[in-house]
Design a protein around this ligand. Sequence first.
Ligand SMILES: CC(C)(COP(=O)(O)OP(=O)(O)OC[C@H]1O[C@@H](n2cnc3c(N)ncnc32)[C@H](O)[C@@H]1OP(=O)(O)O)[C@@H](O)C(=O)NCCC(=O)NCCS
Length: 238
Amino acid sequence: MRRPPFLAGAVHLVLASIPVPPADQQPSSAPPFAEPRTIVVPTPAAEVVIYAHAPPGLVAELEADPGLLAFSHPDVARSYLSRIAANPQGTVTAAYPRGRRLLLGYVGVLTPDPELRWGMAKVPGLLELASIELSRSWRGLGLSNHLLELTFNDPWFEDKVVISNKFVWHWDLEATNLSKWKYRVVLRRLLHRVGFKEMLTDEPNIRWDPANIFMVRVGPRAPGTLLRRFDELLYLGP
Ligand SMILES: CC(C)(COP(=O)(O)OP(=O)(O)OC[C@H]1O[C@@H](n2cnc3c(N)ncnc32)[C@H](O)[C@@H]1OP(=O)(O)O)[C@@H](O)C(=O)NCCC(=O)NCCS
């Protein structure tokens, strides 16, 4: 996957951007282990199976559709996703036509990129929606909405904070013919629907392009310690 242009800064500025519950808040009752779930979405081309918490074996068996372009080669996408699926702190939602071993879309959530401030801090319960992609041949069918809904309508996320860095340099502007501003509106609306809200941060990669979006989904049972540590990361200053 293409990299952001540079890495995180330092120091600290307080931002009261998220509500912080009292320190004595009880730990959540969200399930510690992810439960696989599936739905079937009828489309004109095929019935599409969407599989949340897809097991690594399933992900490894699916041949990546050539219209998946976020990675240098579709097979790179497949091995990247298999590794996320095998990680207990990660989860993959995979979409494939019923009866065929063809990966046509995916959502990947895992611990944040260790090269950026969110990952360097190693905050337990802080995850990142790292990728969402539909093959160019399977877009416009409502599948990304279904992928996101099945992924996040899940008690596993109740005690977690999930960030999403949406960088312009990852967007498929060429295929959609949208300006980056219009693309931004589409992505913002997609994520908003599953509980993400845009937040301000001085993280340099986000600030690199004003169209970049930083969105955050705070689980209703996210513990106070997690919220405080996350809040401290939003503004680190120069
Ligand atoms: C962005 C992306 C995931 C959308 O997937 P999709 O399955 O085609 O989207 P859907 O059909 O579920 O549509 C979702 C919403 O986006 C809108 N949308 C999708 N493509 C659009 C386009 N080219 N122009 C305008 N609106 C568009 C739809 O109208 C729909 O809005 P609604 O729910 O309010 O009706 C897909 O285009 C993609 O994989 N792009 C490349 C990778 C990428 O940019 N990932 C995200 C950033 S990392």
